[in-house]
Design a protein around this ligand. Structure first.
Ligand SMILES: Cc1cc2nc3c(=O)[nH]c(=O)nc-3n(C[C@H](O)[C@H](O)[C@H](O)COP(=O)(O)OP(=O)(O)OC[C@H]3O[C@@H](n4cnc5c(N)ncnc54)[C@H](O)[C@@H]3O)c2cc1C
Length: 229
């Protein structure tokens, strides 16, 4: 069922990654980590919900403009605040277990941070019991980092939360690299207890991470995937 909704604001997070704030005109309850679909003519695309706890059936999406992308061209070039949208959802099972018994490792690149932001906000707001939580976020350059201040701030607000940003084309605090070295370092340093890995972003990163984790001996049940394309 397609739900009537309105685009209530558009905010530039970086040059190519914008936040789209949407209000659904009916009850809309979701579990953080889930996504919605947007329909425009015959195009349907999925987007993770990046917020949690906003009042009035409102939620945020974090969307990157793709060169030659049909839906993103429409969203970035042809929509404005107040426009009507058709939304389906919430959908998906990329959510936390009901009881968290081990460490959680979120691994993402670019807008793949969206579902993790929603999950972290809920963990904080609802004071959910958890063990250590790592957020490994990769992008190319400093100008592309998403929610840098917010994630640094969450380190002070969520017990056992560690934010690990990493850049592939510039240095951050003297270091650069890819997300893969970061979780492999945690594994090799025996820092993780009964971990569940959540991987989110584009296919190549997820494929490589999945192979690495399987080689380290982790069962598929402990590796959750949200593949963007
Ligand atoms: C469950 C789910 C959740 C998603 N959540 C988000 C989200 O929160 N934010 C978000 O931005 N996207 C998200 N996506 C991706 C989104 O659904 C679209 O695929 C994306 O916006 C591109 O759509 P488009 O119509 O603009 O491009 P299309 O017209 O479909 O494709 C344009 C071209 O870009 C290519 N392409 C695909 N990926 C990339 C890439 N990484 N870099 C360069 N070119 C690429 C395609 O192969 C194609 O050739 C999600 C996807 C899924 C399945």
């Amino acid at each position: 069922m397609w739900l009537d909704s309105t685009l209530i604001s558009i905010v530039k997070e970086t040059k190519n990654t914008w936040k789209f704030v949407i209000k659904v005109h009916s009850d809309f309850n979701y579990n953080p980590g889930q996504f919605v679909q947007i329909k425009f003519n015959d195009l349907i695309r999925s987007y993770s919900i990046s917020s949690y706890g906003l009042e009035g059936n409102v939620f945020e999406l974090l969307i990157v403009k793709l060169e030659g992308g049909k839906m993103t061209r429409y969203l970035f070039e042809n929509t404005k605040e107040g426009d009507k949208l058709e939304i389906k959802g919430p959908l998906g099972k990329f959510i936390l277990p009901e009881t968290i018994t081990g460490d959680i490792i979120f691994v993402c690149t670019g807008t793949g941070i969206a579902p993790f932001r929603s999950i972290l906000q809920r963990l904080m707001d609802n004071k959910i019991n958890h063990k250590n939580i790592y957020l490994i976020f990769g992008t190319r350059e400093k100008k592309d980092i998403l929610y840098f201040d917010e994630m640094n701030n969450l380190e002070n607000l969520i017990n056992g939360f560690k934010y690990i940003p990493v850049l592939s084309r510039e240095k951050l605090e003297g270091k650069s690299g890819y997300v893969h070295n970061q979780y492999l370092d945690l594994i090799k340093g025996n820092k993780l207890k009964d971990p569940i890995f959540y991987l989110c972003g584009w296919r190549d990163m997820i494929k490589e991470a999945r192979v690495n984790l399987k080689e380290c001996g982790f069962d598929s049940k402990k590796i959750k995937l949200e593949i963007y394309g």
